[in-house]
Design a binder for this molecule. Structure first.
Ligand SMILES: Cc1cc2nc3c(=O)[nH]c(=O)nc-3n(C[C@H](O)[C@H](O)[C@H](O)COP(=O)(O)O)c2cc1C
Length: 335
């Protein structure tokens, strides 16, 4: 067993996390989400260790804003040496944690021999975790499924988790459905195999000493509170991306912080300096604004406001004045 130089309590602290999601959880979305919850753990999109190794623009792949802490970088790969190198880079860049992706079922990822198919190769995963642990001093966590194809018994899952734990994995995020690697698309693999929370609960009962976080279908604050009665953490994906505003009470309800009144206009105003900085660095307003769209729902005139935001912010030379205007309109409407 590899020993940790950080306290176990630190990694058990993140009761809620916002899932890694390709093309969604970029820096812009994370900065928005950070205005909504200061305490939850945010994840990057998956970064492939091999891509990092060969990249001549690592800053683009690794840079994040200081306000994004606490932040976990998700890595994909099956080569222990490249993953160890990536882990070292992640620590140097200031990430708080590293997560290894053993849950992605996409054919592209499968053809690279990583993601969910690695659930069929526990020894390779253990080797990767050991090498990553040796190369850095931040927690290494694993995100995986209940199983893949016909390797999905409770016994298999328990052995997989034990193997990773012995190698030094510090937390397990379990997407509570199996993945079918042949025949289902990645999208179908997020809905069709049924969620089986009871199997993750059984695992937690068998290994109470392990830090187990549940993922899949946690869609409301209420679901989250219920999840935390059983598990050490709850990870929310699509419901956070599509409905960011419903999570505004996370810090007070989950983390016991003093409740801060958060309105949609206040959140947008807090994101504006970041959007401005991005434009000054040759970015475009739309990169930030596209995530803000989902903040505007369940209020009168939501459709019109969304349309205005979408049309104006996609213009080539759009500047933050349109975001200021929308924030003011929302404020005037008591939102
Ligand atoms: C658009 C999209 C992209 C995703 N990309 C990743 C990814 O890069 N890495 C990963 O581990 N999971 C990825 N996932 C899976 C989510 O992290 C999560 O496990 C899944 O959506 C189930 O949680 P939910 O029901 O709360 O959405 C992605 C999901 C979606 C919808």
């Amino acid at each position: 067993m590899i020993s940790n130089s950080f306290k176990t309590t630190e990694i058990a602290n993140y009761r809620l996390s916002i899932a890694p999601m390709m093309d969604c959880t970029d820096r812009h979305f994370r900065v928005l989400m950070r205005q909504i919850t200061k305490k939850s753990l945010l994840y990057t999109e998956m970064i492939v260790a091999q891509a990092l190794h060969y990249s001549n623009n690592r800053n683009k792949l690794l840079d994040f804003d200081e306000i994004e802490h606490p932040i976990s970088i998700q890595l994909g790969g099956d080569n222990p040496k490249l993953l160890a190198e990536a882990a070292q880079m992640a620590e140097d860049w200031g990430y708080d944690e590293i997560n290894l992706n053993i849950g992605c079922p996409s054919p592209r990822v499968k053809s690279g021999n990583f993601g969910a198919c690695l659930m069929g190769k526990p020894k390779t995963v253990a080797n990767c975790i050991e090498k990553m642990k040796k190369s850095c001093n931040i927690p290494i966590t694993v995100k995986h499924r209940l199983g893949i194809d016909n390797l999905d018994s409770d016994d298999y899952l328990l052995k997989f988790v034990d193997t990773c734990s012995l190698a030094g994995a510090d937390r397990f995020v379990i997407h509570a459905r199996k993945a079918w690697l042949n025949g289902l698309s990645p999208k179908e693999n997020r809905t069709l195999p049924p969620l089986q929370y009871e199997r993750v609960q059984k695992l937690k009962n068998n290994r109470p000493e392990l830090i187990i976080e549940l993922n899949g279908g946690i869609n409301t604050m209420n679901d989250c509170v219920k999840t935390l009665q059983v598990f050490d953490g709850a990870m929310v994906g699509r419901a956070a991306y599509s409905h960011p505003f419903i999570w505004r009470k996370v810090d007070s309800m989950i983390y016991g912080q003093k409740e801060e009144y958060l309105s949609r206009s206040k959140i947008i105003n807090k994101v504006i300096p970041f959007a401005q900085k991005n434009i000054e660095n040759d970015g475009r307003l739309w990169q930030t604004a596209k995530h803000i769209l989902n903040l505007i729902e369940n209020i009168p005139n939501a459709k019109i406001l969304r349309q205005e935001l979408s049309e104006q912010c996609q213009k080539q030379k759009a500047d933050v004045s349109i975001l200021k205007k929308i924030a003011q309109q929302l404020e005037d409407a008591g939102q």
